[in-house]
Design a protein around this ligand. Structure first.
Ligand SMILES: [Zn+2]
Length: 269
């Protein structure tokens, strides 16, 4: 059983609070007493309101979503081809931006979001492939695409945050290839649909400004994909207001719900 919301565990039914349970935390439930269930989880045991629990969908969707938390602790300035067979070279993975007020590096924000999205998608019955789960990795943008390709993922979500010289720039933006992309234009339609669904649903869930789907062939991380792909720029770390928001757990949860809703909508238009 998994929890479908934050809840408190009590020492006895209706008794004092023992500890808090997080969203999606796994618990084992035993007998019922006075409308409470005796439960056990990693933190300990106690009594939980019966309606706080919901059964996880036992039926898997059979859909594999690859999630890339953009960037890594140290950028890698070596170069790699912009796309398969290209003479144009781009650096393998940049160090990313950082919060203008919070100083939070982009690679930290993206991994925090990716780990939340993994939990949410598993909860909804998807299978998930995480490109990285720690900061101390060295995986180029092309390699990240190759990992998702080779795993047979159905879609690839690459999570990033934006930066701009104009501190008033804010909102969510998503990216995909153009219909003329020399490497994977065959994936344009699906990638554009995925990018639009993500854009709409993130803006709706987070209540942030909705920018647009930027169609571009300048991204190594898109060009090497052989599966539908979208780069999600969740917000601007250069905007003080948005930087502060993105540092909070509540706002991160909203962004992740939006991403998961966008993925749901892509597969069930
Ligand atoms: Zn980035």
């Amino acid at each position: 059983m998994y929890l479908n919301r934050n809840a408190t565990v009590r020492r006895t039914p209706k008794g004092e609070v023992a500890f808090a349970l997080a969203l999606h935390e796994q618990v084992v439930a035993y007998e019922e007493e006075q409308g409470f269930l005796r439960i056990e989880c990693a933190t300990g045991q106690g009594y939980l309101e019966k309606d706080a629990l919901s059964e996880i969908a036992t039926e898997k969707k059979g859909i594999l979503v690859a999630i890339d938390a953009g960037h890594q602790k140290k950028g890698n300035n070596e170069k790699e081809p912009l796309g398969p067979g290209s003479d144009e070279l781009k650096i393998k993975v940049s160090s990313g931006t950082q919060g203008v007020v919070t100083d939070i590096p982009e690679y930290e924000l993206t991994l925090a979001l990716a780990l939340k999205l993994e939990k949410e998608l598993l909860f909804r019955g998807y299978d998930v492939l995480m490109i990285r789960t720690t900061h101390d990795v060295n995986i180029s943008n092309a390699k990240r695409a190759e990992i998702a390709n080779e795993a047979g993922a159905d879609i690839f979500i690459r999570i990033h945050a934006n930066g701009s010289d104009d501190p008033t720039d804010k909102g969510v933006l998503t990216m995909c290839q153009t219909p003329q992309n020399p490497y994977n234009s065959n994936l344009y339609k699906q990638s554009a649909a995925l990018s639009k669904d993500l854009l709409d649903e993130i803006a709706s869930a987070a209540g942030c400004e909705k920018m647009f789907v930027w169609e571009t062939d300048t991204m190594t991380g898109i060009n090497w994909c052989r599966i539908p792909v979208s780069i999600v720029e969740v917000g601007f770390m250069s905007c003080p207001e948005e930087d502060r928001l993105m540092a909070t757990d509540d706002y991160r949860n909203l962004l992740v719900m939006g991403m998961a809703n966008g993925i749901d909508r892509y597969f069930n238009p």
